[in-house]
Design a protein around this ligand. Structure first.
Ligand code: 13P
Length: 249
């Protein structure tokens, strides 16, 4: 059985004090939830405040990016050791905004996933096609390239130590969600790719989140799909009430 995992990606929103207030609100509203793993991914500068606010709760901490080296002269970068020290268990890697605006390619993302796993963090590895790619019927080709390159030379993986997030780029921040059929089809395809890499027993245990305009009113039908094991939530995670409703789907 795959335990659902719902994460809030706060992107470049919330100062430390704002993050503390939001996290405290979420802690209060989700305290009774046991059957879903809950993760908050605030900006780097708010990790400390959120770690403090969620202490002793059923919520875990994640970051939104990391560097691929363990240390060195890399001005402005954040290592996985810093994230672990700040209380993180997860790190989002390869988000489409990083691919699009910061030129992250599959090879770089592969290095980051390896670094995250080697240091003990669980990567939330993001993949997904653009609108143009979907219109050109290249969705499966793109997913195959992203999965195979992103996970290159990762010969075996503990299924608990890798999360995949399928986020069709055209559904992010647009209010347009993939239909449950589109999402399920992509998730099944991704799981089949994982089975090709590591066998079906491992693939059946890896959690695949859906991301892209997840809201309280569409989360239940998405989560009801066989291969959808959670959600990576952007905009709707910035409000305690709506994020709590999503977690309580
Ligand atoms: P939205 O939920 O705002 O569409 O963002 C999704 C996302 O990018 C989560 O990583």
């Amino acid at each position: 059985m795959r335990k659902p995992i719902i994460a809030g990606n706060w992107k470049m929103y919330k100062t430390g004090s704002e993050a503390k207030t939001l996290a405290a609100g979420i802690v209060e509203k989700v305290q009774k939830v046991q059957e879903v793993q809950i993760v908050l991914c605030p900006p780097f500068t708010a990790l400390g405040a959120v770690a403090e606010a969620i202490k002793g709760s059923n919520i875990e901490l994640g970051a939104q990016n990391c560097h691929f080296e363990d240390k060195g002269a890399f001005t402005g970068e954040i290592s996985t050791a810093f994230l672990i020290d700040a209380g993180c268990k997860y790190v989002i890697i390869g988000h489409s905004e990083r691919r699009q605006y910061f030129a992250e390619d599959d090879a770089l993302i592969n290095k980051k996933i390896k670094r995250a796993q080697a240091s003990g963090l669980i990567p939330i590895f993001c993949i997904g096609e653009t609108l143009l790619e979907r219109q050109k019927e290249q969705t499966f080709d793109v997913l195959r390239r992203q999965v195979l390159h992103g996970l290159q030379e990762i010969s075996a993986t503990d299924p608990e130590r890798l999360i995949i997030a399928y986020e069709p780029v055209w559904a992010i921040g647009t209010g347009v969600t993939a239909t449950k059929e589109q999402a399920q089809e992509a998730h099944r395809y991704i799981r089949d790719l994982l089975a090709g890499l590591w066998g079906s027993e491992t693939a059946e245990r890896i959690r695949i989140q859906y991301g892209g305009s997840v809201k309280p009113d569409n989360v239940a039908e998405l989560m009801a799909q066989d291969d959808i094991d959670g959600a990576l939530v952007g905009g709707a995670s910035l409000d305690a009430d709506s994020f709590a409703k999503i977690v309580g789907f």
